[in-house]
Each structure stands twice: as C-alpha cells, then as structure tokens.
Design a protein around this ligand. Sequence first.
Ligand SMILES: Cc1ncc(COP(=O)(O)O)c(C=O)c1O
Length: 380
Amino acid sequence: MIKRTASFRGLLLRVASSSFPSKSGVRRGCASQASAVQRMIEPSPYSEDEYADVDWDNLGFGLRPTDYMYINKCEDAEFGQGQLSPFGNLKLSPSAGVLNYGQGLFEGTKGYRKENGHILLFRPEQNALRMKIGAERMCMQSPSIDQFVDALKQTTLANRRWVPPPGKGSLYLRPLLIGTGPVLGLAPASEYTFLIYASLLEGTAPLNLYVEEDFDRASRRGTGGVKTISNYAPVLKAQTRAKSRGYSDVLYLDSATKKNLEEVSSCNIFIAKGKAISTPATNGTILAGITRRSVIELACDHGYQVDERVIQVDELVDADEVFCTGTAVGVAPVGSITYQGKRMEYKTGSGTICEELNATLIGIQRGIIEDKKGWVIEID
Ligand SMILES: Cc1ncc(COP(=O)(O)O)c(C=O)c1O
C-alpha cells in the first residue's frame, strides 16, 4: 500500500525555508537546535506501514535519491542550526575549497528497519568520530559527535518511507563535509558545509579481485587512513581497468614494498585459514573501517583467533577464505583474486566464516540478534 506524504513534506518545507541555508542569527548549541528542528517535524503523519513506491526485491543500480537532505553550515568556526530540505542541488562558489583543492570528507552508514517497524542506526558515533579525525587531518571544521548523530537521526526519520521493509535491505546514508568558503591561493576554506543525503543501494555478489601493481591507493604519512574525497578519484583508473577485464574491484598493496596487502578501493580485507583470521593492521595508509572493527570483535566472540598484522601478498595462495568488510558490502565473500596472472579461488557460500560473521552482523544491525555491545540505536 502506498500512501502519499504531502502533509509531512509541507511541514518540513516550513522548517527548511531554503535549499541552502543562509547565515543563522542567534547562535545556540547545535545539538539543542537540531533537537528543536526534530520536535518541529514531529509528530510525523507517517504510520509504520508507509513505504515509498519501490520494488523492494529489485532495487536496481546507481543512486536512488530520497525525499530530504540535511544541511548545516559552519561560519565563524561554529556549526549553526541545521535544516532539512528537499533533496536537490547545491549552490556553490566556483572558488569553493572543495572544488579547487579537494577539501572534502564523506562517510557512509545505513538505516535498518526492525521486524516491528522501528528504525535502527549502527554505531553512528563511530562515523562522527572518523569524520572529526579526518577533518583535523584536512584542516577542516567538523560537526561535534552529537551534532553529527542528531543530523543522521533527522535525515533518516525524514526519509523513513525509504527505509526498506525488514529483510529487504537498508537505507544508505551519506554524510558529507565540504569546504564551501571561497579560496584562490592554496589555503583552508573559511566556511564548511555538513550535509547528509540518503539513497537506496543494491546488494553485492561475490567479489573477484585483481591485485594492482601499477597504481597505489595510499602512501605512508599521506591521507589513506582518512575518508577524504581526494582518495577516491585516483583509484578510478585502476578500478575501471579492472572492471573492463571482468574483475569486480582492485586489491591494493603497500606502496613502499609492493609485498603486503592493504585494502580494496572501498572496503577492508580479511583472510582466513582454519580458525585463524587476519586483516592488515591499520597504520595510516588503510581506512579503519567500522565494519572491520565490528567484525574483529564478533570473530573473537565466535572463538576465532584474530590478528591485525602485516599480511604478505604471497599468503593469498594458502588462504581458505577471503572476505571484504564495509558499510556498503557488509561482510562480502571474495570468490577469487588474480595476482601476477595467477587466479586463486576461495570458499564462498554456506558453512563459511564469512557467512557466519555476516549473519551475526546483519542480525545485530536489524535487531534480530540481541545487541549486547550497545552498537545499535533505535531512533523512533
Ligand atoms: C577505502 C575504504 N576502506 C574501507 C571502508 C570500510 O569502512 P566502513 O566499514 O566504515 O564502511 C571504506 C568504506 O567506507 C572505504 O572507503
């Protein structure tokens, strides 16, 4: 059953008077302002059974934007009052820091619908923390942890009809922090914008990876360990080439020796042999994934020996299983890896460690398995 939501949209439009907020007047703590916004959009005329007009079994590919986005500007070193507004384009100065010098960070997290219709977020404060650390590295102002989490809740609730029914997937949420102040000489921007939009996301098939030796993803003391937008355009060439050859993605080696595994373009990697699971230690060149950290903890709970260490590319030959972790892919099996012309194949499917850990993680994220770790927050 599809119900239209005009009254809710009208209510939000009154809250968000423009698609790109102008200077705010009186400054208060942003968390309390955001909560005030939250109160203004309540009560929602939604009932638990309202969904967007979507074929939930065939989400398709690519961006599938939803109704609302959240925007908050930081002028004078402080974030003001955030606003929800209809999803739409931004208006930017041609000399915005992000456009000219790539001052930008992004995050990715998901909203899940529980069997009883309530909506859950998974460890959102970890995304907030990672954005703060990244902002420090990139000389940017960032929202506080509370501001970030509050904004994420507001965006998810405003788009709640896009959160798939239980068992049909999740709503992907994309927080962005960008330098929007004008700069011409190389310098940090004078103004930053924090925004969040949401999209549906298709699932993934087993990955067939290609070990890249011609291009590096990150270098020592560079920015590989933070989620800056400037880490991603440089991997497109290797990824496009790998895809044109029939691989799903690229596995990178360390740039210094070309002997050790690092990570895939947008997820972390694990190898398993017997009851031993290993993943490359994060040393500044690898993004410390929230899924990676969660999977390490779950695997220890399940009795596996887990090591964060240097993993030589040669060890791929002996592994029983390889899997990737990330918000978008979850815990995803790797079917094969090709290195120097040699294709190595791995166990996938039922009875694998990957499947066991994925089922546990998904179970916690969707509220099916009891969350004993305080990872999940119910937001409605
Ligand atoms: C380079 C890279 N590594 C790893 C990950 C996985 O991180 P997370 O588990 O926090 O999504 C991502 C995705 O955000 C990524 O872009």
